[in-house]
Design a protein around this ligand. Structure first.
Ligand code: AMP
Length: 461
């Protein structure tokens, strides 16, 4: 059989070359998806500051932490958030998975928490069941400052109780959160009643907006039949102007809903929490009943585009997804927007502990000794900076200076032979020889002294 030869044509060679280069080219082209962000180390102090506060308040107010999956059945959101909402109509990331199931990346968490409440039989526990969470959420909307496709929220939900004190305490919790992180906010509060009193109101509202139909945007013309409450918080200038004079829902509340709302406000007054009654505040989602509230930055902005958080009562949600009728209330806040505010207002936040000392080494044996020393310091809670991959002492010491440490531990060939280390005072450059076995205690002593000099005790007056 004649031996088959394979002669590479130029294009074959090119194809092989392309194939080889493909991974590199592909890597060069890859980038973040639109509306998504990497959260880099420099920013993490902000995130941890917020998570710490969320956990602290959760603990103080008796909320247990819950983490639900990021992926849920699409129906969960269609049934709860509502088919006619912007979220479900335009914004959800939904797809059919490999098992032919219609699934959705969660656009919010209340529905998932309610699902978990039913699924884990929380109804049998003493009520209310109080839960808090934080994590990523997904909405396919037009990205802009403070609006992303993946964003993070934290939230608190109190399920199984309809007493107005629950609503008031949730609002107080939101208020405390912002007060304690140092941000001034304004609280917007309203009640949108129950389905019974809302029915009358919606008729009056639709009649009013119909009479102004020509001034409404196309979305609002559609909302007139599909989701009329949303006409009240449309951002289009024409619609907002019409909404200003719209009939107000508080005038149409049934006796029970009015009484509930009045009591919520009384509790807020008794806690001396300042709020703004906002008849336009309807919230975007179908499942809200009675109390609604939002947290706005205190900078005169009124657009809910800039709202930092919001929530309210959702007494019908659990029944909507197959549970027994269960009253509940909660709120969620957007973490990115809070961080934008913290930065804009230059609020001081706790920073990650910086290295207190630096360990520098010269030579193969010294490096081995130094990586062990590093562990010893770490065990004693002393954070050490290092640059163990470098050979030059000069480079290492200049890094130590950049880190701003007060002491550097230096270990070279001579010190290894003598069983010693040098402790260098980075301020005046004075170096002292210390027994290597005593270096940790010696450094502890010196740091304590230096810290004392930095923050002397206040004289007793
Ligand atoms: P909502 O679940 O729509 O009531 O939103 C609650 C909070 O989450 C808002 O007040 C915002 O702070 C934040 N938020 C909502 N959507 C986004 C988004 N697309 N990007 C960033 N933050 C958002």
């Amino acid at each position: 059989m004649p031996k088959k030869t394979f002669k590479k044509t130029k294009s074959n060679q090119q194809a092989a070359k392309d194939e080889l280069e493909e991974p590199r080219n592909k890597a060069a082209q890859l980038h973040l998806l639109k509306g998504m962000k990497d959260i880099l180390p420099d920013d993490q102090d902000y995130w941890n500051f917020i998570y710490d506060k969320v956990r602290e308040l959760g603990h103080d107010y008796g909320y247990g932490q819950i983490a639900t999956p990021i992926l849920e059945p699409t129906n969960l959101f269609i049934r709860t958030v509502g088919k006619e909402t912007d979220i479900v109509e335009k914004e959800v990331y939904s797809f059919i998975d490999k098992g032919e199931e219609d699934v959705t990346l969660r656009p919010e968490n209340t529905a998932s928490v309610a699902r978990a409440y039913i699924e884990h039989g929380f109804v049998a526990k003493s009520q209310p069941v109080k839960l808090f969470y934080y994590g990523p959420f997904f909405r396919y909307n037009r990205p802009q400052s403070g609006r992303y496709r993946q964003f993070f929220q934290f939230g608190y939900e109190a399920l199984g109780e309809d007493h107005p004190v629950i609503d008031a305490q949730l609002i107080a919790l939101a208020h405390k959160f912002f007060q304690e992180i140092g941000l001034k906010v304004s609280l917007q509060v309203n009640s949108i009643g129950c389905p019974a009193c809302r029915e009358n109101y919606l008729q009056v509202l639709v009649n009013y907006f119909r009479s102004k139909r020509k001034n409404l945007c196309d979305d609002c013309k559609r909302r007139l039949t599909k989701n009329p409450l949303r006409l009240l918080d449309c951002k289009e200038a024409g619609c907002a102007e019409v909404a200003q004079d719209a009939p107000q829902i508080v005038d149409y509340l049934c006796e029970e809903c009015r009484d509930h709302f009045v009591r919520v406000l009384e509790y807020l007054d008794s806690m001396e929490i300042t709020y703004n009654l906002n008849p336009q505040l309807v919230r975007g989602l179908d499942y809200y009943t009675r109390t609604t509230f939002e947290i706005w930055p205190d900078s005169g902005e009124t657009a809910s585009q800039s709202s930092l958080g919001g929530g309210g009562r959702y007494d019908n949600l659990i029944e909507l997804i197959g549970g027994r009728p269960t009253p509940a209330a909660g709120f969620a806040c957007g973490i990115e927007r809070i961080i934008i505010q913290l930065k804009e207002k230059a609020i001081d936040i706790p920073r990650t502990k910086k290295p207190e000392i630096f360990i520098a080494q010269l030579g193969v044996t010294a490096r081995k000794e130094c990586i062990k020393l590093f562990e010893q310091f770490r065990k004693e809670g002393i954070k050490a900076g290092e640059d163990f991959a470098k050979d030059s002492i000069k480079d290492q010491l200049s890094r130590a200076s950049r880190l701003g440490v007060k002491l550097a531990i230096i270990l070279g060939q001579k010190e290894i032979l003598d069983g010693t280390v040098l402790i260098r005072d980075m301020e005046n450059g004075i170096q002292e020889v210390v027994d290597i076995n005593k270096v940790v205690q010696e450094v502890q002593k010196r740091l304590a002294k230096l810290n004392e000099i930095d923050s002397p005790d206040q004289p007793i007056s």
